[in-house]
Design a protein around this ligand. Structure first.
Ligand code: SIN
Length: 303
């Protein structure tokens, strides 16, 4: 079998399959389906300085080959995570990535300090949530603001900082270069693509917030293209995500330039998706005589 270990900005993952923030909670529910220690890592639901109820319902809509969400960062707050969720996660042999969102750059800094001290392995700085008024896309769509948040996060963190980028931009490579220049240790992409669904009977948008973020298999080709563009623009490692639902999808993402991948919406349809995708990726490596999965990273041969 292939050596499945990968190294993401100095953090050793036992395999390249992680689960995407917001699709796996804090691991408790999916722990009933499989041992989450089989995964390379878990990115927990996006944390904010204070608890958030999120946006009003309806905040999920099914779409062809995907789903639209406007959850609005519902979470118990960073302190409750550290007190009640992190100790449980730490009992598992799994890399813990804390995903954070702030209203100001300073809030990102405060959370980086708390989470580093609490012992997470890595921090994922979310500057790409399309469902909140403050923070989120305000930072993720402007290179200078993305750089400012990254700089402050780096200043306060003692663990590697990964910045999660938005696809809702004209030139994602420009944002990637800005966060790399500001000290990001890694980059994750893509977050969801802004979308809208209208109920033709009521003439109302299905989501109470009118718009939301699209995820699922429908966005895979966009994600692969953007990972490839970012990989060509920066030196730091990439955690690739967006529509992965098979081992072949994961292999595409690695070939495009990702060091590891995150499985997201697929887990809603199939709770076993992350471990199934891992097994399929292992089989792919065996079938293609690949000894180290890390050899796939960036191995695409463009025409
Ligand atoms: C949400 O909670 O609205 C989703 C988070 C995100 O897209 O970053």
């Amino acid at each position: 079998m292939a050596d499945m270990r990968v190294n993401l900005a100095g953090v050793e993952l036992k395999n390249p399959i992680t689960v995407a923030s917001g699709t796996f909670g804090f691991g408790r529910e999916y722990g009933q389906f499989f041992d989450i220690a089989r995964l390379g890592g878990i990115s927990v639901k996006g944390l904010t300085p204070l608890p958030r109820q999120g946006n009003p319902a309806p905040r999920i809509a099914e779409t062809p080959l995907g789903m639209l969400n406007s959850v609005g960062l519902q979470n118990p707050g960073v302190d409750a995570f550290i007190a009640h969720e992190l100790p449980e996660l730490k009992k598992k042999n799994i890399v813990i990535i804390a995903n954070i969102s702030g209203n100001t750059p300073e809030e990102y800094g405060e959370m980086c300090e708390k989470l580093s001290a609490a012992g997470v392995d890595m921090i994922e700085v979310n500057i790409s949530c399309p469902n909140v008024k403050a923070g989120g896309l305000t930072y993720g769509t402007k290179p200078e603001m993305a750089a400012e948040v990254t700089q402050i996060a780096k200043h306060h963190a003692t663990v590697p900082v990964m910045v999660k980028l938005s696809p809702n931009v004209t030139d994602i490579a420009e944002i990637a270069r800005a966060v790399e220049g500001a000290g990001a240790d890694a980059i994750s992409l893509i977050n969801t693509i802004r979308g809208m669904v209208i109920d033709v009977n009521t003439h109302r948008p299905v989501l109470k917030m009118n718009t939301g973020g699209l995820s699922g298999p429908a966005i895979l080709p966009v994600a692969v293209r953007m990972v490839w563009e970012v990989a060509s623009a920066v030196q730091v490692p990439i955690l690739g995500m967006g529509g992965i639902s098979t081992g072949a999808d994961a292999a595409q993402m690695l070939l495009a330039g990702a060091t590891a991948v995150a499985v997201g919406a697929a887990t809603f349809a199939d709770p076993m998706a992350p471990v199934r995708i891992l097994a399929e990726l292992e089989d792919y490596c065996t079938a293609h005589g690949i000894e180290k999965v890390s050899d796939l990273t960036g191995a695409v041969q463009p025409w």
